[in-house]
Write a protein that binds this ligand. Sequence first.
Ligand code: 5GP
Ligand code: MG
Length: 190
Amino acid sequence: MDEAVGQILYSREVIEERVKELAAQVMSVYREKPLTVAVVLRGGFIFAADLVRHLGQQCDIVFVRASSYGDGRRPKGAATIELPADVTWKGRHVLVVEDIIDTGRSMKALVAAIAKKGAASVRVCAFLDKPARREVEIDVEFTGFAIEGSPFVVGYGLDYAGRHRNLPFIGTLKPAAKRKPAPKKTARKR
Ligand code: 5GP
Ligand code: MG
């Protein structure tokens, strides 16, 4: 196990079960409507890969980005959204698949941007949610698990400083791990 992880919150088995249930819920809503799954990079990639393989219907899969800034460099709540230029949104029912909703700022901006492109509907599916941290109102139609309080979690797509995304479970990060700098890359000698 990764030594940076404190407590395992959701095991691989628990995650697998929940993803299957979510896929069934999603299918019952769309029922063969023209569905586009918009995967939020990078954190959403593992959850989305599992989810779409349990969707028993056709769907397009596209990749988007959203980030919000809370560091004082920009007005609070300003978000940068990147949508691919070659995607047709008009008339599509869009399911945005994300790893975790925190303040909700990036997802709110992302949903608005996709709606503006003429999507027939936009719904959000987030594997994790931290409702206690919400700063703006958004509808999250499908949620894997609501986390109590606001622990920082890693694994199953979620990173800390680029690491731990590939853990097959979701766990808390030890406080000590947050302070440790990333290992330096050593140049390989020929
Ligand atoms: P917000 O909802 O505040 O706009 O931002 C949500 C994003 O913040 C998530 O997509 C994720 O990238 C990051 N985030 C929020 N909480 C956590 C967490 O507990 N762990 C990790 N790894 N990322 C988080
Ligand atoms: Mg994210």
